[in-house]
Ligand binder design. Structure first.
Ligand code: MSP
Length: 503
């Protein structure tokens, strides 16, 4: 049987400014999911990229004194670089100014038009360029600022092409009824449902006063509304990610689309309606996470409270940042980025809980058994059962997209359990008594094998340091295997501290 496919996406990020920790968070969480599914043997496709058209980008390019394309090229490269620095294992990086994307968007627009739900009309409304979105007056702050960035909105009025979104109300609600896991967590599904029930206005899908965009195929005086252009990236990319191979039938529809709650309306309401109209299958699920906050507010360039991820990566290494974000900002909830909690977790959890456990284990195997993991004497009591329970937990959590609980409760529960094992069995005492050699063998085997399992399950979160640990245990495979899959007998290798004190 072929491996099941698993298609996971992040939003494509605006190239109006440099990436910050908020963008890093989404990419890291999606990457953790992608890596875990690869470990399970799935045929994974992980997509991320940049959103490069529209007024927001055109304006920021102008302010920077560049052409929109030069500006987009420069900033897209920064997002791409950040991705590699973060250790993102994306299979492709899509850019909406790629001519292949533009061509596929035009194709899909023709499909939309064929649905009969596109018409010409005129519209006037309050527009927020930072969101690239119209807002009804009732949602504005003090009647003049947008609810996401709290910056002034502008009155925009033009003749455009419209999508009859209002006609999709019942079909959308029926989809939510039939697929309770379409949007997770559940309270976000309710939020999306309320938006649909409140009544849907038709959507203007083109712009006449903007030139930085994809021409509407049947009316080149207009460009495609940037959100329509952007949403379809998830579909267009599969058509050109591998030249000569169309991956659409292999991966479509997405299994999980990850994003923050700021763009729930676009993904939970507009996106499924557009797909229905285009005759394309809907994603199996959206996962809507919370905000990374700084000083109590959503981190954003427009708000001006961004944290640059690069210095943290330089000082602590990429795994520390991945670990910190995955644990501190609970997947699905808001969480605060703060240097103090970063340092505290690094020291207490990474350097002490895990780092010391690794060092002690490798050092004891070196000292008492000449650096060879003892063969399993087969009497480790309850430990094997406990490990099995914990890893079954991790698997379930990943199925439920509980990426923080998986590391917080299951994996770290095992780390704590192994530390207790060291304290309770005191190998240094066993080593003094030759009659207890078998007991010592057992403890050392349990620690080495337990740590191997921990490293395998931690691998998606911390790919670099777990690869080092697995190499030191001479068990480099990262595919998921059970406790006991390595019967012992392998030589270990020295390894430098995984989480050294930063300079
Ligand atoms: N270009 C659109 C998305 C189009 S997808 C078809 C966009 N871009 S964005 O650059 O503003 O990125 C928004 C996304 O970046 C959020 O949905 C979230 O995934 C991530 N984040 C940006 N700032 C964030 C926080 N402060 N906290 C959490 N996620 C953050 O919207």
């Amino acid at each position: 049987m072929p491996a099941p496919s698993f298609y996971v996406t992040t939003p494509i990020y605006y190239v109006n400014a440099d990436p910050h920790i908020g963008h890093a968070y989404t990419t890291i969480m999606a990457d953790i999911l992608a890596r875990h599914r690869r470990q399970r043997g799935d045929d994974v496709f992980f997509l991320t990229g940049t959103d490069e058209h529209g007024a927001k980008i055109a304006r920021s390019a102008e302010e920077a004194g560049r052409t929109p394309q030069a500006h987009a090229d420069l900033l897209a490269a920064r997002f791409r670089d950040l991705g590699s620095l973060l250790g993102a294992s994306n299979d492709f990086f899509v850019r909406t100014t790629d001519p292949a994307h533009e061509g596929r968007v035009q194709q899909v627009l023709e499909r939309l038009r064929a649905s009969g739900d596109i018409y010409k009309g005129s519209y006037g409304g309050w527009y927020c360029t930072a969101c690239e979105e119209f807002y009804p007056e009732s949602e504005l702050l003090d009647g003049r600022r947008d609810p996401v960035h709290a910056i002034p909105v502008e009155w925009v009025e033009e003749e455009n092409w419209f999508f009859r979104l209002s006609a999709y109300r019942d079909r959308l609600l029926a989809h939510y009824d039939a697929h309770p896991e379409f949007v997770r967590p559940a309270h976000r599904a309710n939020e999306a449902r309320r938006m649909i029930e409140a009544g849907l206005e038709d959507l203007s899908i083109s712009r006449s006063q903007i030139t930085w965009g994809i021409p509407v195929p049947w009316d080149p005086e207009q460009v495609v509304y940037v959100w329509v252009d952007a949403l379809f990236n998830y579909w267009t990319a599969l058509g050109f990610a591998r030249p000569g191979h169309d991956l659409t039938s292999r991966y479509w529809p997405p299994n999980v689309q990850v994003m923050a709650k700021d763009i729930l309306r676009f993904h939970g309401v507009i996106w499924p309606a557009l797909l229905m109209a285009a005759g394309l299958e809907l994603p199996r699920g959206l996962f809507v996470h919370g905000y990374v906050l700084k000083g109590g507010e959503r981190m954003s360039k427009t708000t001006g409270n961004v944290v640059d991820p690069f210095p943290f990566i330089e000082r602590y290494g990429i795994d520390a940042l991945r670990y910190y974000l995955a644990r501190e900002v609970r997947f699905g909830e808001d969480g605060t980025f703060a240097e103090e909690t970063f340092e505290a977790r690094y020291e207490r959890e990474l350097a002490n809980d895990l780092g010391n456990l690794v060092n002690r284990t490798v050092a004891m195997i070196e000292r008492y058994r000449d650096g060879v993991v003892p063969a399993d004497p087969g009497d480790d009591g309850e430990l094997a059962g406990e490990v099995a329970a914990a890893v079954a937990g991790v698997r379930r959590r990943f199925d439920d997209l509980e990426l923080t609980r998986a590391i917080d409760e299951d994996v770290w529960g095992l780390v704590r359990r192994l530390n207790r094992l060291v304290e309770e069995r005191a190998p240094w005492t066993l080593a003094k008594d030759p009659a207890r050699a078998r007991e010592l063998d057992q403890v050392l085997f349990s620690l080495a094998e337990g740590l191997r399992v921990v490293a395998v399950y931690l691998h998606p979160y911390m790919p670099e340091s777990t690869a080092k640990l697995l190499a030191a245990l001479n068990a480099p495979e990262t595919a998921i295997t059970e406790y006991g899959a390595h019967p012992g007998g392998q030589a270990t290798e020295k390894l430098p501290p995984l989480f050294p004190k930063p300079e």
